[in-house]
Design a protein around this ligand. Structure first.
Ligand SMILES: Cc1cc2nc3c(=O)[nH]c(=O)nc-3n(C[C@H](O)[C@H](O)[C@H](O)COP(=O)(O)OP(=O)(O)OC[C@H]3O[C@@H](n4cnc5c(N)ncnc54)[C@H](O)[C@@H]3O)c2cc1C
Length: 399
């Protein structure tokens, strides 16, 4: 079981310190989100972990609870920042990833680059939880380095209305088996034969693909952690994709990805901050209660110091996350800020999970324990949405 969201958590101190990013309206929104997550998510979370996915019927409930349609831009995004942190604080990284990919990461491509017709067709059902979205970018041989992208969408003819035939293989796709809409990265123009290492991502496009199209095969790819995230591999074999499935301009995916991936890192960072808060809440409660050598663990200086370091880093990363959300709300999020947040929040989540596991001793190593789940889940945070090494490269290049 996870600790209740309403329990004592180090970050609940002095919310007024959140000024100037958040005010009383955000505090009220945070309280509402906690109530809704406690009602719609926590009671079923263990069952979804076991099942490997959020139950199909639960998505509509999440939509009705207003958890899938909070804004991606402007002042509204500050409410999203609150929602994402609270979602992370459920302590279930698989669930937070599933909802984060659906409502933010995948949907952001439709909202940023979709035509009014595409937005009208795809956004309302996603907001209502009637159709789940997934983001299919990674491939077995193209993860950190997308220059090896092999999925191809070959135009069926010279005209703009001819559509494409899609062939390829995507892996590690969250919401992969349950999604109705796939946002797919594919080459729409083959790289020049002599391009070699320079082949890059020019000539790639983003496509909106109906997941039930003939020629699509989806297989679960269960992971060590993030168990409720419905991770799957997806094969496309001669899939006919209509011309109006193209998102934005053809062959321009590189430009789109640069913008969308910064947003993805911001979302991943906010979710991870919530995850750290949950982990530290669990750890704090444990070291104050568990007695070793006749005194609580928290009486030992080495333990106090380790937790002091973690709390201090958490305070800094959390405020940085809010600053990044505030920048995004003003249309000023930059690659360096997004990458710093993604790197530091997910690495902190891993350190916090390791400390949490260590100080729980054997009980934290029991299969089925919340501590073991946090530990498993934290590793994936430093890989998904861009590995830590890639973030360090991005920060260096942007500096
Ligand atoms: C739980 C989970 C969910 C995911 N969900 C999705 C999804 O919904 N959609 C999707 O498209 N993809 C998804 N992914 C895939 C994810 O984006 C990739 O795993 C990630 O981009 C890394 O690619 P890779 O796994 O191929 O690792 P590789 O690119 O093979 O890299 C392996 C390791 O090499 C190291 N490395 C990488 N780059 C460098 C460098 N420049 N310098 C030094 N070391 C480096 C890192 O430690 C990295 O982990 C998910 C992955 C996970 C684990």
């Amino acid at each position: 079981m996870s600790t209740p969201l309403t329990g004592r958590q180090p970050a609940d101190r002095e919310l007024a310190l959140e000024f100037p990013f958040f005010g009383p309206d955000h505090d009220a929104f945070r309280a509402r989100v906690r109530e809704r997550l406690a009602a719609s998510v926590l009671p079923r979370a263990e069952a979804w972990e076991e099942r490997g996915a959020i139950a199909a019927d639960a998505w509509k409930e999440l939509g009705a609870a207003g958890l899938l349609d909070v804004g991606h831009t402007g002042e509204d995004f500050l409410r999203s920042a609150v929602l994402l942190e609270e979602l992370g604080a459920t302590g279930y990284a698989g669930i937070r990833a599933s909802i984060g990919v659906h409502a933010y990461m995948a949907l952001s491509y439709v909202l940023m680059f979709g035509s009014p017709e595409q937005q009208a067709a795809h956004v309302p059902p996603a907001h209502r939880g009637e159709r789940v979205t997934a983001l299919a970018i990674s491939e077995p041989d193209a993860g950190s380095d997308l220059r090896d992208l092999a999925t191809r969408a070959v135009p069926r003819g010279p005209g703009a209305t001819a559509g494409f035939v899609l062939d390829g293989h995507k892996s590690y796709v969250a919401n992969g088996t349950g999604a109705g809409l796939l946002v797919v990265l594919a080459r729409t123009r083959p790289p020049a034969p002599d391009a070699g290492a320079q082949r890059g991502l020019t000539g790639a496009s983003m496509l909106l693909v109906d997941a039930d199209s003939p020629g699509i095969t989806r297989r679960p790819q269960p992971m060590v952690g993030w168990r409720a995230a419905d991770i799957a591999e997806i094969t496309f074999e001669g899939v006919e994709v209509p011309a109006d499935a193209l998102l934005g301009r053809r062959d321009r995916a590189l430009m789109q990805l640069m913008r969308a991936l910064d947003f993805e890192r911001l979302v991943a960072g906010l979710l991870a901050v919530g995850g750290v808060r949950h982990t530290l809440g669990l750890l704090d409660g444990h070291v104050r209660a568990r007695r070793v050598k006749g005194v609580p663990l928290a009486s030992h200086q080495s333990v106090r110091h380790r937790l002091g370091e973690l709390y201090g880093e958490f305070d800094m990363v959390r405020r940085y996350a809010h600053h990044a959300a505030w920048l995004h709300a003003r249309g000023r999020l930059d690659t360096r800020t997004a990458s710093v947040l993604k790197l530091r929040s997910t690495e902190l989540a891993l350190s916090a999970a390791q400390a949490c596991a260590q100080y729980h001793g054997a009980q934290g190593y029991l299969e089925g324990s919340a501590v073991a789940r946090l530990h498993r889940d934290a590793t994936a945070g430093t890989i998904a949405a861009g590995a830590s090494e890639l973030m360090r490269d991005m920060i260096f290049e942007a500096s």
